[in-house]
Design a protein around this ligand. Structure first.
Ligand code: UDP
Length: 323
């Protein structure tokens, strides 16, 4: 099968590329390398099973040609990561909406029958105060000057774009609302907590908890995530649906810090940092974010396999250079 992955040199995109190369698909990656990295896909390029172009999805001149070649498109290209979003909200609005619109225009014109998977986010649930989220739950935004929410708004706009192109052109998309994901190629540079804590712990530097650490998250091993994405894209009944993707095991950020400290044998102290200091602006964190996975399981039979402790061990070994 011919697979196009936009944003395929990024964290989840490169793991997805690796998975598809592994099962013998022809994979084409386009990425502007604004946060993705060539080292994430070097081995696959050297093996001759992956084609790569560095381009911005909003201007890429070969878009039509590659859309025609593709049997399946994973649209992952976007500006993500809380710190990146806060630093470049205008870029977020442009890349995440205009890029998606341009891709869908090409699909509608050239190959409306292609399978499309759109990467959305659990952030679209916004300030909904629930602890866990089903796809039918309300999306709640409140008055806030914080531009942090522009990311969620662009992803929600993308979800509606997909719906609009389905109605007007018959393009079928499965929308994956990705919850927190961890794995190789994720960098702590833009704020993601697990690579940040592992690096701090291995260097015996303070482990920086933002707020009091009582906020909880559910982390999914990216190897599970890409399996779920592949299953969703392959399942006819999932087409046209919005589906949560993640792992429903929940842990507080303080427990996570202690777990990483224990698993690395680190001497790091745990440091609590106010949000204002951490992000440089007023910041309202989301307290709980756990996916309800019954829709994903019913549609595809998927069950997450990765235990958090095992994924952390795997990532700690990679960070130590033992893999
Ligand atoms: N976080 C933290 N210390 C860090 C980085 C993040 O305590 O060095 C917290 C962050 O405030 C949030 C949680 O960890 O409550 C998950 O953050 P991440 O940016 O990984 O994902 P998201 O906020 O999108 O869930």
């Amino acid at each position: 099968m011919n697979i196009l992955i936009t944003g395929g040199a990024g964290f989840i995109g490169s793991n997805l590329a690796n998975y598809h190369v592994g099962i013998g698909d022809a994979v084409y990656v386009v990425d502007d390398l604004s946060s993705g990295s060539l080292t994430n896909i070097t081995d696959m390029r050297n093996s001759g099973h992956l084609e790569f172009t560095q381009a911005d999805i909003t201007t890429w001149s070969d878009l039509d040609k590659v859309v025609e070649w593709s049997d399946r498109i994973y649209h992952m290209a976007a500006i993500v990561g809380v710190k990146k979003v806060l630093a470049n909200p205008r870029g977020v609005m442009y890349t995440n909406i205009t890029g998606t619109e341009r891709l869908y225009q090409a699909i509608a014109k050239i190959k409306p029958s292609t399978q499309v998977l759109l990467a959305s986010t659990s952030e679209v649930y916004g300030f909904n105060p629930q602890v866990s989220f089903r796809e039918t739950d309300d999306i709640i935004f409140k008055q806030s000057k914080s531009l942090r929410w522009c990311y969620a708004v662009t992803k929600l706009a993308d979800e509606y774009l997909a719906g609009a192109f389905e109605q007007s052109n018959g393009v079928k998309t499965v929308i994956a609302r990705l919850f927190n994901t961890i794995g190789p190629n994720q960098t702590g540079k833009y704020g993601w907590v697990v690579p940040q804590f592992i690096s701090q712990a291995l260097h015996n530097e303070p482990i920086t908890i933002y707020g009091d650490g009582s906020q909880t998250r559910s982390f999914c091993d990216v190897r599970d995530t890409v399996r779920a994405l592949d299953l969703l894209a392959s399942t006819v009944a999932a087409s046209g649906e919005v589906v949560n993707v993640g792992n429903d095991y929940e842990i507080s950020i303080l427990q996570l810090a202690n777990l990483i400290k224990k698993q690395t044998g680190s001497r790091s102290e745990i440091q609590f940092i106010p949000y204002l200091e951490a992000y440089g602006v007023e910041f309202e964190d989301i307290f709980h974010r756990r996916p309800v996975l019954s829709k994903l399981m019913d549609l595809t039979g998927f069950k997450p396999r990765g235990r958090l402790e095992d994924t952390l061990d795997y990532l700690i070994n990679i960070a130590k250079g033992i893999s």
